[in-house]
Ligand binder design. Sequence first.
Ligand code: SF4
Ligand code: SF4
Length: 277
Amino acid sequence: MVATDAGWADSGPRMGFFTDTSVCIGCKACEVACKEWNHVPDDGLRFSGFSYDNSWGLGADTWRHVAFIEQRHPAPGAGDGLPAGDGLPAAGGELRWLMSSDVCKHCTRAACLDVCPTGALFRTEFGTVVVQSDVCNGCGYCVPACPYGVIDQRKEDGRVWKCTLCYDRLKVGMEPACAKACPTRSIQFGELDVLRAEAADRVEVLHRRGVAGARLYGDDPGDGVGGTGAFFLLLDEPEVYGLPPEPVVTTRDLPSMWKRAAVAALALAATVVAAAR
Ligand code: SF4
Ligand code: SF4
């Protein structure tokens, strides 16, 4: 559907990611695999001072980022009653780790793509959003347009970079490097509809086990970006992971703005013509 809307005649099913943070162990194998496969430059490893995270966040040179979030006092209802040994302290525990591998969301309605004046950003036949580095002119319009703060300019060359969902690998039938490297299957790649159904089942299982805070993020086609091609199972509120709770495609108001601008231009032209008579 998404790829067909973009003009692909023979596209297959939409492909994407389901990241189940409840089984992420924070090994950062996905970050390393992404850098290796895509030749993403080293951007230095520095501890943030807030946790054991040493790559800080997504950026031009970090296309996958595993957040390490320490919670001293688990939020009410989040993780309560999780059986011992599942990675979180039992109810009443003082500290738990939330780990989550973040990535470009490959939005259904992608503002980065809407504002790109050169066509460097495009929708692939898999329904993903990719930047062509040889077409990007470095204008940077897409950077503030992204509601998740994902796409980023590289200081050295001015162009923008982000996850391609391993477009080159998908084209030859391979799975993305990060998903391949993930040892716990926290990162799952596949047909989006299938992943959404599996994710809903997984939430039910976690709820039955008493993990009341488990919820999906980005799976709803009715949200402000039309749902995302990379969605998540979280164990707490999105804000805890640095994700916007109600993302909105930032180009939502562009059509009405252009309409008003056109009306204003016509009114101005009419006034000038009337004054010249
Ligand atoms: S998350 Fe940002 S960069 Fe990725 S597709 Fe959506 S708008 Fe574009
Ligand atoms: S899909 Fe490929 S480019 Fe995107 S984060 Fe994973 S390894 Fe990196």
